[in-house]
Design a protein around this ligand. Structure first.
Ligand code: GLN
Length: 201
């Protein structure tokens, strides 16, 4: 059966997520149609969903204004996979410590925006990620870090700060897996959910 994927296309690296999803599906021999989500009515058709990085205050405001936010909540509530990267992580968190962000409160973590400081505004790290055999080339761009973790499971850390977590159908990273040709985290997010979550296969 063909997979229907959505990439929330408010802002940010949408095209890169689309291509990563197409690559993963191609490798797994799955046909896929990927929709860029800008309005309500698309997410209910999607088996899997990506929420890209960008600027989290803009993304948060637009999601609520466009009426997409409730559909993201329903998507997760129904156990369908959501992959949130960077600003996406900030938006799905429980608290980002910024009044301009109306968090979706789907992931039991609090985050600090731009947590790695000026000198390390952008950097790359070869990251050990739970569930992957080889380190992942992680690209950080004005990345958030996770401050406190409730129910979520930590998959990776930088300087002892969590930068990748999963909780039920949600996988979230402070970095940008869509900016590298390595799509193992898209594969983990969409095809190898935690046992409690339903699989799109
Ligand atoms: N690359 C990103 O998504 C950066 C996130 C950005 N610093 C924010 O807080 O919105």
């Amino acid at each position: 059966m063909s997979l229907t994927a959505g990439v929330v296309a408010v802002q940010g690296d949408v095209e890169e997520h689309v291509r990563a999803i197409e690559r993963v599906c191609d490798r797994r021999g799955r046909s896929v149609s990927v929709h860029e989500v800008r309005e309500p009515g698309v997410i209910p058709e999607c088996d899997v969903l990506a929420l890209p990085g960008g600027e989290s205050t803009t993304i948060s405001r637009t999601l609520h204004r466009a009426g997409i936010a409730p559909e993201i909540r329903e998507h997760v509530a129904s156990g369908r996979p959501l992959f949130a990267t960077c600003a996406g992580l900030i938006v799905v968190s429980a608290d980002a410590g910024d009044d301009r962000i109306d968090e979706l409160d789907l992931l039991d973590v609090t985050v600090e925006r731009n947590a790695f400081g000026r000198q390390r505004d952008s950097f790359e790290a070869r990251l050990d990620v739970a569930g992957l055999d080889e380190p992942f080339p992680a690209v950080f761009i004005r990345a958030p870090a996770i401050d406190t973790v409730g129910d979520a499971t930590i998959l990776a850390t930088v300087d002892d700060r969590p930068v990748a977590v999963r909780q039920g159908p949600i996988l979230a990273t402070a970095f940008h897996p869509e900016l590298t040709p390595d799509d193992r985290l898209h594969e983990l997010a969409f095809f190898e959910p935690e046992p409690a979550a339903s699989s799109p296969e």
